[in-house]
Design a protein around this ligand. Structure first.
Ligand code: GLA
Length: 695
């Protein structure tokens, strides 16, 4: 039973783990346990209670509450902060009742209510047993007749067992340089990670992994989690001076307020978290399986090898240039041809056109139809780039509706890349964009859309906002979800890609809409190794679109560039007309090989054998779910000689079964490949791909 209840409280059990909480003697909803699943309900500790011994050791500060509000003598970072209409800003929550909802994903609802104000808080816990994940979110309701202002409302506080030397792993980066893994000790105080950019951001991702400093890729205890949200978010990892460590995660309270009118409810996004006793590798494989099986819109779909013409033709697109590229692409085995920026009304460079989503009459006098027909005749699907939340001041849309942009009326509107952001919180804006894109999708055979977002917000104003203008941060993102999901419903076969100047919008909420993510605008394969590794801690390889381009070709062979991109959902983005016939033939070879192995990469288990962020000789392995086949990629960038490199120890094989590895002599047991390992020799900027077969 995934949700068990006894007099000590509730225990949520997954395949390998358990999460327990209960009501302590003071009536507070208190955390009890999170870790490996225990045999008996009585094995789980009781909810701890604290009496005042010293006035400065407040029981409310000492108690590991599941969802502490701001109120009383509590000095931990609270999850909830509200102002009532009479100016009181103190919340006192009492447990009222609980419900269990059975189903594929069983849910426990804990109903809390303020002791004085008609304000209800419901904590939702959903158990994803097969993936060892617990999902949490919170809904609140105003049952009174005066408004309540929400000033902070996080999704969860995740408590870790008492330990003094926790280490937080997270990712940092910037445009063109995303997803660097950082590990840092959690000491007394609060470590904050956040986005204030209206989008998930290149700089941090709402994901964490915490261990006691001893976990490795394939061993040790790791607590990990994330927030499914594509707007401003905040993670606050607090270690108190009383030895308690907790990770809060939710909507960012920076510049945030939400007016909860009488009768209104508000729901937070979901946070998902899990415990792995198999190191960072198992933690990410849990997330990969979960995302592939339950989050992605087109679940078991094999991603096609695509060609994107952006780096070849940039804004200089027309029917002729695209067809020339498409002919070469088709001959190489490409399955999907994507026309990027530059195709729509008035778009010759980045100064104009955004907002006017119809084909440029000069570049495409017959519309997109003839180009699409030719691409289809070559045996490929057709895909298109859009950036729907954006508007150039130089566009018909902006000239007609200057008030649709996010702005403060008394301030200049800062442009970035010459563009402004449309306020997707407004229903008129949502309807306009839905109509524009719906027409495009209805009139043309479009199989794939790349949805981009190329700037972050400034002057976040909303004149005439229906509620508090600071609701923009949430309403814009909800509007985005509404527009995108409406289009998805009307065009269910279209595959969408999420892009925000590369990896600026990669998160679990966007993956409910998009099957693929453009991980970085940096397509240098050596740099990409590191970016792809960081990404792999959170997201599965099938979501990771990776193109082979001309960047770095002076030092990186075509094979190296292909091998790097084959670790995800393969694409090509180089200027094919500049490639020699031999290069195009070689590309066709790698594409054909990729098609043979992509089911292992896209749907198998991923094992990071040696980190490219830590070592210039790195390796990653994928194993099919039935362990009958695998594929190993190894890469060497620059290593000063002599360059001693230890063996690579494979992972994930059936220890009893016999395996052969391409290019290596002998058939050995899975156990041997995993414990004796194998030695590969590579020169600088060399790489290899080896198939693995069970014999
Ligand atoms: C962003 C994307 C690129 C490309 C350009 C087009 O930078 O990340 O891949 O689509 O926009 O303007």
């Amino acid at each position: 039973m995934p949700i068990e209840v006894n007099e000590q409280g509730w225990v949520l059990t997954t395949h390998r783990t358990a999460y327990a909480f209960g009501i302590n003697q003071a009536g507070l909803l208190t955390h009890r346990y999170w870790g490996v699943r225990l045999p008996r309900l009585d094995d789980y500790p009781v909810a701890p209670s604290y009496a005042e011994k010293v006035s400065f050791y407040e029981p409310l500060t000492l108690t590991p509450e599941e969802y502490p509000p701001y109120g009383g003598a509590r000095f931990v970072d609270p999850c909830l902060k509200v102002s009532f209409a009479d100016g009181v800003r103190d919340v006192v929550l009492r447990f009222e009742s609980f419900d269990v909802r059975e189903g594929d994903v069983p849910e426990l609802l804990i109903h809390l209510r303020d002791t004085f104000y008609p304000f209800r808080v419901t904590l939702h816990y959903r158990v994803h047993a097969a993936y060892d994940l617990v999902e949490r979110l919170v809904t609140v309701q105003n049952d009174g007749d005066t408004p309540i202002t929400l000033e902070r409302i996080w999704s969860a506080q995740w408590h870790l067992p008492a330990h003094e030397n926790y280490r937080l792993m997270h990712v940092t980066g910037r445009w063109y340089d995303e997803m660097y893994l950082r590990r840092e000790p959690l000491v007394q105080g609060i470590k904050v990670l956040e986005s204030r950019r209206l989008t998930t951001s290149h700089h941090h991702n709402p994901w964490f992994a915490v261990d006691d400093g001893s976990a490795r890729e394939s061993s040790g205890a790791v607590y990990f989690g994330l927030l499914a949200w594509s707007g401003n978010w905040k993670l606050s990892a607090e270690m108190t001076d009383f030895g308690s460590t907790r990770v809060n995660i939710g909507l960012n309270d920076w510049d945030f307020a939400w007016r909860l009118a009488p009768g209104d409810t508000f729901a937070t996004p979901s946070s998902f978290a899990g415990y792995s006793d198999g190191g960072f590798g198992r933690a990410s494989r849990s997330l990969h399986d979960f995302i592939r099986d339950t989050i992605l819109p087109h679940r078991p779909v094999v991603h096609k090898v695509l060609y994107n013409s952006w780096e070849a033709t940039e804004f200089a697109v027309d029917e002729r240039s695209q067809i020339e590229l498409a002919r070469h692409a088709a001959k190489m085995g490409i399955e999907l041809f994507v026309l990027d920026d530059g195709w729509f009304h008035g778009r010759n460079d980045d100064t104009a056109g955004l907002g006017d989503w119809w084909p440029d009459e000069r570049k495409f006098p017959h519309g997109l139809g003839t180009l699409i027909a030719q691409v289809n005749a070559l045996g490929m699907d057709f895909g298109l780039w859009v950036e729907p939340e954006m508007v150039n001041p130089n566009s018909d849309l902006y000239r007609t509706h200057p008030d649709w942009g996010i702005h403060f009326p008394t301030r200049a509107r800062t442009t970035a890349r010459n563009q402004l952001i449309l306020n997707f919180g407004r229903t008129d804006v949502q309807e306009y964009i839905i109509a524009q894109l719906n027409r495009l999708l209805s009139e043309n055979r479009i199989a794939f859309i790349k949805w981009d977002m190329n700037r972050n917000v400034s002057e976040p104003g909303w004149p005439d906002a229906p509620g508090d203008p600071r609701e923009l941060w949430v309403r814009h993102v909800e509007g985005l979800y509404h527009v995108w999901s409406t289009l998805r419903e009307r065009h269910p076969d279209v595959i969408w890609q999420s892009c925000s100047g590369g990896g600026g919008r990669a998160d679990l909420a966007i993956l409910r809409l998009a099957d693929q993510v453009w991980v970085s605008d940096n397509t240098d394969a050596a740099a990409r190794l590191a970016i792809q590794e960081g990404y792999s801690h959170i997201f599965p390889a099938n979501t990771m679109e990776a193109w082979v381009t001309d960047v770095g070709r002076e030092r990186l062979s075509l094979a190296f560039r292909f091998h790097v991109s084959m670790c995800g959902s393969l694409g090509v983005g180089g200027h094919l007309l500049h490639w020699t016939p031999e290069q195009r033939t070689e590309a066709a070879h790698w594409i054909a090989l990729y098609k043979e192995i992509r089911h292992i990469i896209q749907f198998g288990d991923q094992y990071r054998l040696r980190s490219p962020q830590e070592h210039p000789f790195s390796a990653v392995q994928y194993v099919s779910k039935d362990r009958s086949e695998g594929v190993l990629f190894a890469f060497r960038t620059h290593m000063p000689p002599p360059a001693p490199v230890g063996p690579l120890y494979l992972r994930g094989l059936d220890p009893e079964a016999q395996y052969e590895i391409e290019g290596l002599d002998g058939i050995r047991s899975g156990l041997a490949w995993m414990h004796v390992g194998l030695q590969l020799v590579l020169k600088d900027f060399d790489s290899t791909v080896r198939r693995i077969w069970r014999r």
